[in-house]
Design a protein around this ligand. Structure first.
Ligand code: HXC
Length: 257
């Protein structure tokens, strides 16, 4: 039984996790971290799930880590518990994660959205890393993922001043995949997730892995990694089906294997 998130299946092969702590603008406490990582890991192992949506409310995707939970902790507490380290489980999820962000995505909220593979933003979205205003710094990947996504100049601006940026600026900077009108965010996200989920699951998982490898390796190693993954798809049913369907001018019937 979950307390801080809602789970549903808005379309075939699509699962959705909705943050549900409206009174605190979906602030992320330890329980939320445990529930999201447990849910994504379970959905990742479900052959009938081809994409996972992570979303919040119209006012807030998430306004950050829960400040009231963090405030009394000592260095010894957070260091011994490797506070926030549990979020790393999200990077082990091989099924595509699609973030749908409306309203505030601040601090840990922005970092959670950046852990996803696609980021769809409503025109109301506001992104920022305001940890500096609390006397700390990003702790869930903000200094690393934001810098890789938007470059040093803008990352320093956001992280050192704590200012927020709107959806337009975030898209121009390369943080956001697409902006949609707020009232179309849910529909557009489900349709994007459905599209991904309709593709061959092994091909999708390998493609996700290839893109992630670009952040971890040299170009020549990355190109070799990609080519070997590409070769490996020729061992799947879905490669034969996808190419045969093209030649026969019909839609493919992927088995997702
Ligand atoms: C705990 C939070 C919260 C948070 C909002 N609330 N953000 N509680 N942790 N991160 C609570 C408020 O205390 C308030 O509860 C209720 O949500 C509504 O918030 P308001 O401030 O009244 O709403 P509003 O005036 O609309 O302002 C919205 C806001 C503001 C601009 C988003 O709430 C805000 O600045 N929040 C903090 C944003 C932030 O600093 N995030 C980074 C957190 S640190 P009550 O009970 O008073 O009604 C972080 C670290 C990551 O994420 C890891 C590294 C350590």
């Amino acid at each position: 039984m979950t307390e801080t998130i809602l789970l549903d299946r808005p379309a075939e092969r699509v699962a959705r996790i909705t943050l549900d702590r409206p009174r605190v603008l979906n602030a992320l406490n330890l329980r939320t971290m445990q529930e999201i990582t447990a849910a994504t890991s379970e959905l990742d192992g479900d052959p009938d799930v081809g994409a996972i949506i992570l979303t919040g409310s119209a006012k807030a995707f998430a306004a950050g880590a829960d400040i009231k939970e963090m405030a009394p902790q000592s260095f010894g507490d957070v260091h011994a518990a490797d506070w926030l380290g549990g979020w790393e489980a999200l990077s082990r999820v091989r099924t595509p994660l699609v973030a749908a962000v409306a309203g505030y995505a601040l601090g840990g909220g922005c970092e959670l959205a950046m852990m996803c593979d696609l980021l769809l933003a409503a025109d109301t979205a506001k992104f920022g890393q305001p940890e500096i205003t609390l006397g700390v710094l990003p702790g869930m990947g903000g200094s690393q993922r934001l810098t890789r996504a938007i470059g040093k100049a803008k990352a320093m601006d956001l992280i050192l001043t704590g200012r927020t940026m709107d959806a337009e600026e975030a898209e121009r900077a390369g943080l956001v995949s697409r902006i949609v009108p707020a009232d179309a965010l849910s529909e557009e996200t489900v349709s994007t997730a459905s599209k991904i989920a309709s593709m061959s699951k092994p091909a999708v998982m390998l493609a996700k892995e290839a893109v992630h490898r670009a952040f971890e390796t040299s170009l020549s190693e990355g190109l070799l990694f990609e080519r070997r993954l590409f070769h490996s798809t020729f061992a799947t049913h879905d490669q034969k089906e996808g190419m045969t369907a093209f030649i026969e001018k019909r839609p493919p019937e992927f088995r997702h294997r």
